[in-house]
Unconditional design. Structure first.
Lengths: 80, 340
């Protein structure tokens, strides 16, 4: 099991769960990220900054703390 | 009749409101900028109606103060019709809010905004199909260009008069967030076709703008040009304005004897006004203008993205870079709450 923070840019992953309480969950669902959704990690900001992910046609910047709480699995056989 | 405008942040709701109300409401790029709601009486189709632009909300069940305000207002008897502005290029997300609005038992008009943006992304949306499925009017809109605005409002008036509510029983039940998410995705898959996405320059810009090295080079360059422009314009305007106020003050004080209380009070008042206009405004106005430009071209979120890590070292978020820059020019301006 990996967290989003451990993923290298360019990979597509599927969200398994959120490792946090109600505040984390509601914040992420408000941005439209749910367990079962596909994310693609576009880039990481340097100097320990946020991660830019693409989810359902949206680009969202997530802080590293939050990214470390999103449990994901790497998607094999992704369609282009 | 009261018509409420609701939509998620950055869907163009306030742009639509401005088109009709005709005066400036705040439209921002950082999420959640519309904290207060704005109201206006407008003549539509020969009738005077009241428009309420509610705060942007991702969902009615949310935690933030602004979103709770919007939710409680919608449920009250004060609202006759709801215009749900949805960003057409992000339909799946927008529909989650729409699915929360339909069970409220009020007429809902779904206004798909930014259709030009959806077109640019190669998305083809089956509006009539979606309308039939949801049982509520679905209309296209490009609020920034004024296209479709009249159609949306006339429809809202019509629905308000008829008291017509969603005719699709499937969507009248209050659902859990997870189910709404699933329904929204299902609806999107059914009624949105992904065509050829036109490759735009914007995507290529981000390669440079967010680059680990070049991004910061661009950032420093942008800030350098920005400040040079602000100080350049300011230094041009400040001396003539100061001279002007000096002349006025000389003229105004001449009838009064020097060193009297009255003359000191008059001097104080004039110096206060002069300081505001002649010292602050020459720098503040180009500053706000420049900031507006940066915001409109969409650079500010990229600035926040690049600066977030550094800002955290001093206990702030990347977003705080905006008041930070603001404060560099003038501390008073920085501590004014701006709701950003």
């Amino acid at each position: 099991m990996k967290t989003l923070l451990q993923i290298t840019p360019g990979l597509s992953v599927r969200v398994i769960d959120f490792d946090g309480g109600i505040n984390l969950r509601s914040k992420l669902t408000q941005y439209g990220i749910y367990p079962g959704d596909s994310l693609r990690l576009l880039r990481r900001a340097p100097l320990g900054g946020p991660l830019l992910v693409e989810c359902n046609e949206r680009e969202i910047a997530l802080g590293r703390g939050v990214a470390d709480k999103i449990i994901v699995e790497i998607e094999t056989c992704e369609s282009p | 009749m009261r018509i409420a405008l609701i939509g998620q942040p950055n869907c163009g709701k306030s742009t639509l409101f401005n088109q009709v109300a005709g005066y400036k409401a705040e439209t921002g790029n950082f999420s959640g900028t519309t904290v207060k709601y704005t109201e206006s009486k407008v003549r539509v189709g020969g009738q005077v109606v009241e428009f309420i632009d509610l705060p942007g909300a991702y969902t009615l069940e949310a935690q933030s103060h602004a979103e709770r305000e919007a939710a409680s207002y919608l449920r009250s008897n004060e609202v006759d019709v709801v215009i749900n502005v949805v960003d057409a290029s992000r339909l799946a997300l927008g529909l989650e809010l729409t699915l929360e609005l339909l069970p409220l038992n009020k007429p809902v008009i779904v206004a798909l905004n930014m259709m030009d943006e959806a077109d640019r992304l190669g998305l083809h949306i089956d509006g009539p199909g979606l309308q039939a499925e949801l049982g509520t009017p679905v209309l296209p809109l490009v609020a920034s260009k004024g296209r479709g605005v009249k159609g949306v409002f006339l429809k809202a008036l019509e629905e308000g008069k008829n008291g017509h509510k969603s005719s699709a029983p499937k969507y009248k039940e209050r659902e859990l967030a997870g189910e709404r998410h699933g329904q929204a995705r299902m609806l999107t898959q059914k009624f949105v076709q992904q065509g050829e996405r036109r490759v735009s320059h914007r995507d290529r810009f981000d390669e440079v703008l967010l680059h680990p090295f070049w991004g910061y080079v661009v950032l420093l360059f942008v800030l350098y040009v920005f400040f040079q422009a602000v100080y350049g314009v300011g230094q041009l305007i400040e001396p003539p304005l100061l001279a002007f106020f000096d002349a006025i003050m000389q003229g105004a004080l001449s009838p009064f004897a020097a060193d009297t209380l009255l003359s000191e009070v008059i001097l104080g008042v004039m110096q206060g006004v002069a300081a505001g206009i002649a010292i602050v405004l020459p720098y503040l106005l180009p500053f706000l203008f420049g900031l507006g430009i940066l915001e409109d071209i969409g650079y500010l979120p990229r600035l926040a993205f690049l600066m977030d890590a550094l800002m955290h070292h001093i206990g702030l978020h990347g977003k705080a870079i905006v008041p930070f820059i603001l404060g560099y020019g003038c501390n008073v301006r920085q501590s004014c709450p701006r709701g950003r």
